[in-house]
Design a protein around this ligand. Structure first.
Ligand code: F6P
Length: 323
């Protein structure tokens, strides 16, 4: 009987439990594996902190947000001999293979461990959707839906008070959430890290809109847009530059909370099944990924060597609705 470890690392994200459930369910019923749930990501691997994970533990977790295993941003390679400690602990915990679910940082660790001959399979996770090599990551669709609903609700105040409402959303390096939710929510301007803006451009776009008779505006800003301290800064600059009353809402961790959408549950489940099939096939050093409608396996290195920035064509399309 083989023993498989499973861990979740980095920021939590709706859909993580769907992956854990699928990996463990198929691993036990189809392959007769035994599972050890490594607690708090790589921290648990450094400290041999784990709990047995059986059918009982995964029952009822599909709709739950967050991760039943806990998570951390611990990176073994930032600690002295961290890589070797993880390799030793694989042996100590009697693990035959490891499934690591995480974003760029977690999968970067997985990639380094794979090159040290650790039998490891990766599952891509980020609500930001900026991980290379996969068309979508689970959690993104949930975040886009939460932000779209927030934009719809904020429209009420924008219209009633004739205000400019600035909504700051997650996305340090890329504007996927801002772009998709901005399009879905009918934003009047979307600011993303991939583009450069001047305050003057922002002010004149809002002015143009108000001059054609619209007396409110919605501006969606990704936290990493290249203006620094972004939401407040945009709101302040717009109010100064236009004299229209302006308010800012920072959605923050609300975007990562709660139950995953049906799309994310299905994607997480498909990823989980594909990951445990890779383990069974002994096909290590790979990450499962969505390409078109297919789940495929790609080398871990492909996922971590660059970021996937937003589709320029989609951004250009969104600008039709600016101002
Ligand atoms: O990478 C996911 C993400 O939610 C980013 O969008 C955000 O910048 C960051 O994590 C926030 O991290 P933390 O939860 O550690 O504050």
């Amino acid at each position: 009987e083989k023993t498989i470890g499973i861990l979740t690392g980095g920021g939590d994200c709706p859909g993580l439990n769907a992956v854990i459930r699928a990996v463990v369910r198929k691993g036990i019923t189809a392959y007769r594996y035994r599972f050890r749930g490594i607690l708090k990501g790589w921290k648990g691997m450094m400290e041999c902190d784990w709990e047995p994970l059986g059918l009982e533990e995964i029952s009822g977790i599909l709709p739950k947000g967050g991760t039943i295993l806990g998570t951390s941003r611990t990176n073994p390679f930032k600690e002295e001999d961290g890589g070797e400690i993880v390799v030793d602990n694989m042996r100590r915990m009697k693990l035959d293979a490891l499934v690591a679910i995480g974003g760029e940082d977690t999968l970067g660790v997985a990639n380094k461990l794979a090159s040290m001959s650790v039998p490891i399979v990766g599952v891509p996770k980020t609500i930001d959707n900026d991980l290379n090599g996969t068309d979508y990551t689970f959690g993104f669709d949930t975040a886009v839906n939460i932000v779209t609903e927030a934009i719809d609700r904020i429209h009420t105040t924008a219209e009633s008070h004739n205000r400019v409402m600035v909504i700051e959303v997650m996305g340090r390096h890329s504007g996927w959430i801002a772009l998709h939710a901005g399009l879905a929510g009918g934003a009047d301007m979307i600011l993303i890290p991939e583009q450069k803006y001047t305050i003057q451009e922002i002010v004149s776009t809002i002015r143009k809109r108000h001059e054609r008779g619209k007396d409110f505006s919605i501006v969606v800003v990704a936290e990493g847009a290249q203006l620094g301290g972004i939401g407040q800064l945009v709101a302040h600059a717009v109010e100064e530059g236009t004299s229209y009353e302006t308010r800012v809402t920072v959605l923050g961790h609300l975007q990562r909370g709660g139950t995953p959408t049906a799309f994310d549950r299905v994607l997480g489940t498909r990823f989980g099944i594909a990951a445990i099939d890779l383990v069974h096939a002994g096909d290590f050093g790979k990450m499962v990924s969505l390409q078109g409608n297919e789940i495929v396996a790609i080398p871990l290195a492909e996922a971590v060597n660059q970021l996937k920035l937003v589709d320029q064509e989609l951004y250009d399309l969104a600008t039709v609705f600016f101002g």
